[in-house]
Write a protein that binds this ligand. Structure first.
Ligand code: AHM
Ligand code: MG
Length: 295
């Protein structure tokens, strides 16, 4: 039997392995699926054919796995119950962003898949995560997996996940930053924060959080999609984006915040709830909390 990825126990290991296998297929299936679907997702964003297709594929694979009790995604209104005999209290719930940053598909740029595995019914706080992972569809396909044991990076190919780095930790000497939203929409506190970031770090912003997060994990630094004048809750969603990414960055030795405390401590009341998000090296996450506390 194969060794568990990053020490994950069942059903977390099966879920992560299934995502890894599906990723190669998803990458291939993006060809010809770059146009808009007729629908909007529950956050009011236009879906691409690829968003809907990847969501269906992952639902099909993950909902069959033993121990998976619930499936939810950024592309569906409601939580789906899986199987007839899996009690939500006994099984796990998976929450996915099937194609994060899919607006990058038109210009053929980086995208990702994000997965959070919770041991509580959805919507659930990040503190209920048993593990999380993301796939990065870059020049090569990689996967970053976090469990209680820490964080590992894998290369995906030929149906195999090959470890390229075990014990991934954020570099101590941060290099890059990326902050979402338009400058005229940034509250004064965010403008002040970004001024500090740009005086000390190098800008890397690609329009897909997973690409930018992988830059932060590789070089150290800070990624934020902050509170905006037009949207105080920012853009990103707690269940599908904030919690899994916060969990991964915290397990890698960094911090996550909604501007006031760890993302993992947010108690969600709605499945598609949004949150401002600040993740990366501790000093820069502490800094935004200090600036917002004084604002
Ligand atoms: P999506 O999940 O619908 O693709 O939206 C999330 C994405 C993030 O990956 C990225 O950080 C952000 O939206 C980019 O937004 P913007 O186009 O405002 O820069
Ligand atoms: Mg997303």
């Amino acid at each position: 039997m194969a060794t568990a990825l990053n020490g994950a126990v069942e059903p977390v290991d099966s879920i992560i392995r299934t995502v890894a296998r599906s990723a190669t297929e998803i990458r291939q299936g993006l060809i010809g699926r770059r146009s808009s679907a007729a629908e909007e997702n529950p956050s009011g964003e236009t879906q691409l054919e690829a968003d809907v297709w990847a969501d269906d594929l992952l639902y099909d694979r993950l909902s069959r796995l033993e121990g998976v009790a619930q499936y939810a995604s950024e592309e569906r209104e409601e939580v789906l119950d899986c199987g007839d005999d899996v009690d939500v209290d006994d099984g796990v719930a998976v929450a996915l962003d099937p194609l994060d940053g899919s607006s990058n598909l038109k210009s053929n740029n980086t995208m990702g898949t994000i997965v959070g595995i919770y041991d509580e019914p959805l919507p659930a706080p990040g503190e209920a995560l048993l593990g999380a992972c993301y796939v990065l569809y870059g020049p090569i396909t990689t996967m970053v997996v976090a469990t209680e044991d820490g964080v590992s990076e894998y290369e995906l190919g030929g149906g195999e996940a090959t470890v390229v780095q075990a014990n991934v930790t954020l570099p101590d000497d941060p290099v890059v930053y990326g902050v979402g939203g338009r400058v005229p929409d940034w509250p004064p506190a965010i403008e002040a924060y970004v001024s500090r970031l740009e005086s000390e770090l190098k800008l890397r912003y690609g329009g897909a959080m997973i690409g930018d997060i992988n830059q932060v994990l590789t070089y150290g630094g800070l990624f934020a999609y902050p509170t905006l004048e037009s949207s105080p809750e920012g853009k990103l969603r707690v269940q599908f984006e904030g919690n899994p990414i916060g969990y991964i960055l915290e397990r890698a030795g960094g911090r996550s915040s909604d501007g006031h405390g760890s993302l993992l401590a947010v108690e969600p009341t709605e499945l598609h709830q949004r949150t401002p998000l600040y993740v990366g090296n501790k000093a820069y996450v502490d800094l935004i909390e200090d600036i917002l506390a004084d604002a």
